[in-house]
Design a protein around this ligand. Structure first.
Ligand code: HAM
Length: 457
């Protein structure tokens, strides 16, 4: 029976059609080129990992882990739901986990909601900590979160991310990473951006601050919305992130982490700001920038861009100095990274209208006549070998129709090959924008096209 229903892409996913994918490829290629000049190398990670990896690193109480992950079972489905299983096991110290619990955990898989956890897992698994200096990685690919879809927010979205892992946590690493990010944004024409930075302290000073914050928040609990009320106990820092208008005045009066940082964190943050000034990087401090993932320590940052409405963060990142150890790697390894939301960056570029001129169809070979065809096939191959994008009609067409199609396809030139041209070895090249025509021998034609392209015409 034939299918009557029209299939559609799943809500929150989309097709990037060729008209747009050229822009995406250029964006990602530019990131590769720039990141490589800063010593970063490509890492290709699996699309799914153990659920537990994300729960441990991003944090069980975060929005991502508690409600946005696409999780499935490797084998048959057990009676206990993934959520119940994780919540039960999260409450137990790792050493008390029973073998069957560990097996059940290993059976639970999740489509990656981000790639820092996977990068750190790979770093540990392949003993990359034995490499000299810091290891610099970048990745490009899809991520998955079950969020409510809207402009700039999808369930399958794409990130271009970078991570630095190694023994050093020098603020110059943070600053150089931000320099690379902004050089990239400038190169692609994403100029109306703002960089926000913050320090959220370390395992020494943050717990004390969180305790104080919790105490203060409990005092004003009744004035807060349901989400914030819950977060006071489960994920206190995230209350600072609230967007609810009536909570803003309350939050403004809360104690700020910048006043509670330990000496080492305060110094790290001060040095980071010096390093940014040294590099002429403009930034704004935002003490409420706590980020939605639990692994951060010290530096956190976000970049917003114009033209995006409420989903205006095009990049987020920060330091995660304890994560390697937390995931079973050696102690003393530090980390920092960021991820750019490609969907949003591209949207912002499109809204600004600053789009590059990307390669399109260059030569349409308009041929007519049995003796012209083999010559046309040969010319198309030679032009393609020189890197030109060429369209060769598979069936004979009248010249008028051929030229009309060349125009519709947006070709820059039509190369006209009829029986006379085939016999004489001289071809007519028509520039479609102004209908200017010139005759060339084969070698002169190739030379002409190469030189026109060299001059960007
Ligand atoms: P994140 O802030 O969760 O950080 O995501 C980074 C960026 O991905 C966001 O700023 C946004 O542009 C984009 N993004 C996130 N969710 C969506 C969505 N549903 N639809 C469209 N775009 C989205 C991380 O993922 C961290 N792993 C970044 C990092 C790397 N931190 C350290 N290293």
């Amino acid at each position: 029976m034939t299918e009557k229903r029209q299939f559609q892409a799943i809500k929150g996913t989309r097709d990037i059609l060729p008209a747009e994918s050229a822009l995406w490829n250029w964006f990602e290629q530019t990131a590769r080129e720039i990141f490589e000049t800063y010593g970063f190398r490509d890492i290709r990670l699996p699309i799914f990992e153990e659920t537990w990896l994300f729960a441990r690193s991003i944090g069980e109480e975060t929005d991502i882990v508690s409600k946005e992950m696409f999780t499935f079972f490797k084998r048959s489905e057990p009676e206990e739901s993934p959520k119940d299983l994780m919540q039960r096991l999260a409450r137990q110290p790792a050493r008390d986990l029973r073998e069957e619990d560990l097996r059940a955990l290993g059976d639970l898989l999740t489509l990656r909601p981000e790639a820092t956890a996977g990068s750190v897992r790979a770093y540990i698994e392949h003993g990359m900590y034995t490499q000299p200096g810091n290891v610099k990685l970048y990745y490009i690919g899809p991520m998955f979160r079950r969020e409510r879809p809207q402009k700039g927010r999808y369930r399958q979205f794409y990130q271009v991310g970078a991570e630095v892992l190694g023994p050093s946590d020098a603020p110059a690493i943070d600053a150089e990473m931000l320099e690379m990010l902004l050089v990239f944004f400038e190169r692609v024409g994403l100029t109306k951006t703002t960089l926000y930075i913050n320090s959220i302290g370390c395992h020494e000073c943050r717990p004390k601050y969180v305790e104080l914050l919790r105490e203060e928040l409990r005092k004003v609990k009744d004035q807060l919305g349901a989400d914030s009320q819950r977060r006071i106990e489960t994920n206190t820092l995230r209350v600072l992130d609230s967007k609810l208008p009536h909570e803003q005045a309350i939050i403004e009066k809360l104690p700020r982490i910048s006043e509670r940082l330990c000496e080492a964190c305060r110094e790290h943050f001060a040095k980071l700001k010096d390093e940014l000034k040294l590099r002429n990087i403009a930034y704004q401090e935002n003490w409420r920038l706590v980020r939605g993932l639990d692994y951060y320590t010290r530096t956190t940052f976000e970049v917003t861009a114009a033209g995006l409405g409420s989903q205006n963060a095009v990049c987020g990142g920060g330091r995660y100095d304890g994560l390697v150890e937390l995931l079973g790697g050696p102690a003393g390894i530090k980390g920092i990274g960021f991820a750019i939301g490609t969907d949003r960056a591209i949207l912002s570029l499109q809204e600004s209208g600053h789009l590059p001129r990307l390669p399109s169809l260059e030569v349409f070979v308009a041929w007519m006549g049995a003796t012209a065809y083999p010559v046309a096939v040969g010319m198309a191959r030679k032009l393609r070998a020189r890197g030109f994008s060429v369209e060769l009609p598979p069936e004979e067409m009248k010249f008028k129709k051929s030229l009309g199609l060349a125009d519709k396809l947006g070709a820059r030139y039509a190369l006209i090959i009829g029986e006379d041209e085939a016999a004489s070895g001289t071809y007519t090249l028509k520039r479609l924008a102004d209908a200017q025509q010139q005759k060339f021998s084969e070698s002169a034609l190739l030379e002409h096209l190469v030189s026109e392209r060299g001059q960007g015409r």
